[in-house]
Design a protein around this ligand. Structure first.
Ligand SMILES: C[S@@+](CC[C@H](N)C(=O)[O-])C[C@H]1O[C@@H](n2cnc3c(N)ncnc32)[C@H](O)[C@@H]1O
Length: 204
């Protein structure tokens, strides 16, 4: 990666952390909000080996937009869907500041008509909110994306696997940031080996 891009990504991550700190005191201290930011540096390292021109990236619950913008700067055609319209506005402003073509939709990452129906019968979806599906606004369906990123709260992972199984492109990569701070990669909902070096993912 060239130094200019690297510096731009550093600045984006730094600004992302600042946005979250402000959000934490101004919004989360007053009432529960599901936005907690991923470890941007870890996500950046996880995305890097998977970049290739023309690949499409989607972030489920894109919040302040940092990860979607990062994916765009790394060369993906990048999209984010976020339910909170204030966060979408923050993401669009951040994209403009970083001259990014990342696109954001205010809506839900759940496709229209989707219902989570696990075999346990408990179809509650924890912190995942309801809203009009965002895919139409983006002009893209879930099966068009090569890489999908999400940061589920604990227990929300099975629903995300179900979404990929039912609507995702076979062979697409699902990246989940875990509550423990690592980034797990799945293909066909099978966990891939952890990244031990930046070059490893190219062959897996
Ligand atoms: C744990 S945060 C992750 C934020 C961001 N992806 C990151 O990693 O920094 C989850 C985000 O998903 C959003 N969200 C919750 N339900 C959603 C839904 N159905 N559709 C779109 N976004 C949703 C929340 O508002 C929140 O911003």
């Amino acid at each position: 990666m060239d130094d200019v891009l690297s510096a731009r990504l550093d600045a984006l991550c730094a600004e992302g952390w600042e946005i979250f700190e402000r959000f934490d005191t101004e919004v989360r201290d007053r009432a529960f909000h599901p936005f907690v930011n991923a470890d941007y540096e870890l996500v950046r390292a996880a995305l890097l080996p998977h970049c290739a021109p023309g690949l499409k990236f989607l972030e489920w619950g894109s919040a302040s937009g940092v990860i979607t913008i990062m994916a765009d700067l790394l060369g993906f055609e990048a999209y984010g869907i976020e339910l909170d319209t204030n966060l979408v506005a923050t993401a669009c402003a951040l994209a403009k500041k970083f001259q990014s073509r990342a696109r954001f939709a205010a809506g839900s990452f759940l496709p229209t008509g989707y219902r989570w129906q696990p075999s346990s019968g408990d179809g509650r979806i924890a912190t995942i909110g309801d809203g009009e599906s965002g895919y139409l606004q983006l002009g893209r369906s879930l099966d068009e994306f090569d890489v999908v990123f999400g940061y589920p709260w604990g227990g929300e992972e099975p629903m995300m696997f179900d979404l990929m199984k039912r609507y995702g492109r076979p062979g697409a990569l699902l990246m989940l940031h875990t509550v423990n701070g690592g980034v797990e990669r799945y293909r066909g909902n099978h966990l891939m080996a952890p990244l031990t070096s930046p070059g490893q993912a190219r062959t897996s």
